[in-house]
Ligand binder design. Sequence first.
Ligand code: CAA
Length: 284
Amino acid sequence: MIEVKTIGVVGAGQMGRGIAQVAAMSGYQVKLQDLNRDILAEALEFITEQLHKGVKKGKWEGPFVVETLSRIQADMLKDPLAECDLVIEAATENKDLKFKIFKELDQIVKKDALLASNTSSISITEIAAQTSRPSQVAGMHFMNPVPIMKLVEGIKGLQTSNETFEAVRSVAEKMGKVWISVKDVPGFAINRILLPMINEAIFALYEGVASAEDIDTALKLGTNQPMGPLTLADFVGLDTCLAILEVLHEGYGDPKYRPCPLLKQYVAAGRLGYKTGHGFHNYK
Ligand code: CAA
């Protein structure tokens, strides 16, 4: 089995940049790839800022920041991914896009390299089937914000080998994460449970049960959640929430997963939550 020393991350959005940061902090060489130059630059700036904040908070010292940053190479091209032992895809939650990326990665990476997807709901079996190495493909579902959240949901596709699953599990554990093993079913475990709660909160808002502020306060103070479900939806991204609900709805064929019309409307209007400055709450 391949020894993982260099990790590629495809996609430098909020998940990809977090995975790249944590991988580099854990001693891995990191190749971060994104087609968008501005997103890559923003990601490097964000990681640098997060690392410097850690120094101010006394979590680590200056030299650790320099060493960590020196391990991250950012590129718009996928060529540097050829050097990776494991590539983690963290692109937008869109099946066709992910299929295309995995087809490309299969051509680029070494024969014995492993591939993982950070998908929050799409079938790992189907993603793996886009490659000539389905036994070397697994799901590694990180939580947002990646540097803070302790969990990684591990998903074994139908053809994922035990060796691959153990290898990606040990990478997640070296990153300081707690691993759970979950079946390859729509939404896996976390989003099958989390998204219906978020969707129900959106229906409550849609039906005028209470204001967005009061719905969030209810769950925050009434059930000790760190943030209310509407704030959490803004934080995850409303487009991502909708994409996950559509996978659940289609995958299970059960109307209980139908996305609330208000969520669809917000996404259509480009109100995607925190990243656009406006979702159920205003962040401008
Ligand atoms: N990136 C990195 N670090 C961040 C961050 C970010 N975007 N936002 C906050 N932090 C860090 C802060 O620097 C701080 O670090 P220290 O403890 O070392 O000082 C820590 O998080 C706590 O931050 P704050 O005190 O400012 O704020 P908080 O107490 O409100 O905590 C939070 C912020 C940790 C995000 C908390 O609100 C929380 O746990 N929210 C829920 C997060 C959650 O449920 N995530 C899962 C989303 S679902 C998902 O990701 C899966 C999916 O497929 C949809």
